[in-house]
Design a binder for this molecule. Structure first.
Ligand code: PLP
Length: 418
């Protein structure tokens, strides 16, 4: 199957997630530290687009979607760096992938196709990124489900602030409930008329573009330090980290990958030797990672189907709310840097590694701007964080989300009424 069909469908008909037929190795590829992000993305993503009508459009898609700035800033001079993934329109890393998916799906439409409904469950940031990417895009409508009271005030405001072709529902439940509802709707033949598709990290179109920012930044760092880099990724549903793991499998010079989770310990428990056990998500300060049963684990298990996943230079470290707070405080004191609670999990993991004697070079994915989580960060650092311009603009608009029970019949009747 070519990529475009998997992009259109979102979720496979059997309820499973799409994966590439194989992971292309780019061993022969000359890494190009000077290439911009769109050019790097073209190189790394081209094999996945082989045989798809989008292949000829890949250059235009990468130029259109992968335009946010991508600074890599030094933290501990010469041996750790922050990969700032939060300079897109909604101030979280998900902007890159959401914009890429929208650019792909927009090009797959033909005149006369019915309006497509992009149905998205969000633990806080996905919904806004997807809404921003599809806002006012002809032929699309976005329906967002988010757990009421479990996202930051600014996240909630953002989710309801788009209007036009974007509808937000605040669900009385947690993120896992929202995700379950979305999966069920995507498999419901009775909703065929809505031309539903997913834009969650279960969509392969969200996963692939994330490979490109790792390829771009790691290539540049590798050129500078001439040894493989190690990477820490704040992790919830395992979408962002999986892209890094795939990039490594394709030949990107990354050694170890650390999955930094909040108090949701499903992955740390698994990597410390227990059986995989999905469980209900716990609410934490790093709410975009409040996931107890990461759906991309299925893809990770697939990637390592012939190898021992626990011996694959991946480890998972958990950070509880107290350590998130103290890390935000420490990083502010030591580096005059305000970090979001998700990025704080990664920086706590780095701190623990350093204290155990680790002296390797680390790149840390900084997944959101601290201003999105002003409610958490400002009281700790006792300083106001200026929102970036795009976020400030959204926060000035009126915002509206309708309440919804966490059961499928409620969702189906809302969708049917669209
Ligand atoms: C979504 C999100 C994460 C978790 O990413 P996954 O791909 O779900 O693992 C981490 N940090 C922030 C700020 C997020 O929005």
């Amino acid at each position: 199957m070519a990529l475009d069909a998997a992009l259109r469908a979102g979720l496979a008909p059997d309820g499973g997630l799409y994966v590439p037929e194989r992971i292309p190795r780019l061993d022969g590829l000359t890494l190009q530290p000077e290439a911009g992000l769109p050019a790097t993305a073209r190189q790394w993503l081209a094999p996945f687009f082989a045989g798809s009508p989008l292949s000829a459009e890949l250059a235009a898609i990468t130029r259109e979607a992968l335009d946010p700035d991508l600074p890599v800033t030094g933290l501990e001079p010469g041996w750790s760096w922050l990969l700032e993934l939060f300079h897109g329109p909604t101030a979280a890393f998900k902007d890159f992938a959401a914009r890429f998916l929208a650019a792909c799906l927009g090009r797959l439409r033909s005149d006369g196709d019915p309006t497509q409904t992009v149905l998205v469950a969000t633990s806080g940031d996905t919904g806004a990124a997807v809404a921003a990417a599809f806002h006012r895009r002809p032929g699309f409508r976005v329906v967002i489900l988010y757990p009421d009271g479990k996202v930051s005030g600014r996240q909630a405001h953002q989710l309801g602030a788009f209007g036009d072709n974007v509808v937000a529902f605040r669900v009385r439940g947690d993120f896992d409930d929202c995700q379950r509802l979305v999966k069920r709707a995507l498999n419901d033949d009775r909703l065929a008329g809505l031309a539903l598709t997913s834009a969650n990290s279960i969509s392969i179109g969200r996963l692939l573009p994330q490979i490109s920012y790792y390829a771009h930044s790691v290539t540049a760092l590798h050129e500078q330090i001439d040894t493989p880099v190690n990477l820490i990724v704040p992790t919830g549903n395992l979408g962002n980290a999986l892209a890094a793991i795939m990039a490594r499998a394709m030949g990107l010079p990354i050694d170890e990958i650390v999955l930094a989770t909040n108090a949701n310990r499903t992955l740390p428990d698994f990597f410390s030797g227990q059986d995989y056990r999905g469980r209900p998500g716990l609410a934490t300060l790093a709410n975009a990672m409040d996931v107890g049963d990461p759906s991309n684990f299925e893809r990770l298990a697939w990637l390592y189907r012939d190898a021992d996943l626990r011996a694959s230079s991946i480890r998972a470290l958990s950070t509880d709310d107290d350590a998130i707070r103290s890390t935000i405080q420490r990083v502010w004191q030591d580096f005059k840097l305000a970090v979001c609670p998700h990025t704080a999990c990664a920086l706590d993991a780095l701190d623990r590694l350093r204290r155990s004697g680790d002296r390797r070079p680390w790149l840390i994915a900084a997944t959101a701007h601290a201003a999105k989580f002003d409610n958490v960060v400002e009281p700790i650092i006792r300083c106001r964080i200026e929102p970036p311009p795009a976020l400030a603009e959204l926060l000035q608009r009126a915002s509206r989300a309708e309440p919804m029970a966490a059961d499928y019949s409620s969702l189906r009747s809302r969708l049917a009424a669209l």
